[in-house]
Design a protein around this ligand. Sequence first.
Ligand SMILES: Nc1ncnc2c1ncn2[C@@H]1O[C@H](COP(=O)(O)OP(=O)(O)OP(=O)(O)O)[C@@H](O)[C@H]1O
Ligand SMILES: [Mg+2]
Length: 327
Amino acid sequence: MMEAVGSAQTLTDVSIELPGRQSGKVREAWPLSGGRRLLVTTDRLSAFDRVLGAVTHKGQVLNQLSAWWFGETSDIVANHVLSVPDPMALIAVDAKPLPIEVIVRSRLTGSTSTALLPRYLNGERELYGHLLPDGLKPHGPLGTILITPTTKALKGGHDEPISSDEIVARGLVDEILWAKVQAVALALFERGARIAADAGFLLADTKYEFGLDAEGELMLIDELHTPDSSRFWLVETLQRRLDEGLTPEGFDKEPVRLAFSAAGYTGDGTPPTLDPGVWQETSDRYVRLYEALTGLHFSPASLPAIERLTTNLAPYLGGEPTATTAV
Ligand SMILES: Nc1ncnc2c1ncn2[C@@H]1O[C@H](COP(=O)(O)OP(=O)(O)OP(=O)(O)O)[C@@H](O)[C@H]1O
Ligand SMILES: [Mg+2]
């Protein structure tokens, strides 16, 4: 039996009668036979390392956009995709994740404590083992593409910055593999930035996760170049906004982060309630970004989500699941 929680428009939780469920902030995952993994991307939105709300169509955009990008980059590195049986679900290779998140940046930006801009404005110049020059402008070019890794925090924790030297010294990833991961990350970023530019967006930064398959081979896992894992800025308005001292127009979750920040929220305690318009705008922008990047039309998946998922996932679950809709 499958059960879902959410509103009429959003899916915020889904439970399936399979053992071993692992809940991330955005995804629900279950191990499947044959070294596979079922990943369902919900509509939950996380920021400040916690879930703060739900965005209509978000799970579908993330799942389908990632699948599209994995296809566009499979010549650079192997990835975990096996099949996409539902707009919100992925059958993936169950990999052993590397214990770091690989963040790649071309711009001095960000609003969270691990981001570059707040620390740079605070006077810090040595960040993640890189020495930044004086005189860089907020949201402006870094002049080079930087890899700024973080540790992958356990549930409830916060990801912490870590330098390349520490990654190797602490034995989190061995030196040869880390060199390969960095080369792959830069190649992915270059590909992503080029495709984004063709669609009228600047890829300011992004996060990659890697894992090892059963043979110990490197593969790209999780999500790829989505508006959750990346900052995408509208090129059309970028220069004018920066000249006017405004923040870039982001087609990603940064506007939600900024709205929470503007309401005085820093990640602790009860989050403030945001204007519903912020959530609707985020949904519209996720869909617009999907269409611009892929050149595909976004067709919203049929509702209720749980009935659709039950049908589409039946071949992977064994037996005959019955649908129930809970709200
Ligand atoms: N192929 C895979 N094999 C093993 N683990 C994977 C694979 N793909 C993704 N994962 C892991 O599954 C989880 C995905 O869940 P989710 O994105 O919700 O988690 P999160 O990272 O806690 O949240 P957020 O993305 O907001 O930081 C991550 O921990 C990710 O490392
Ligand atoms: Mg994640």
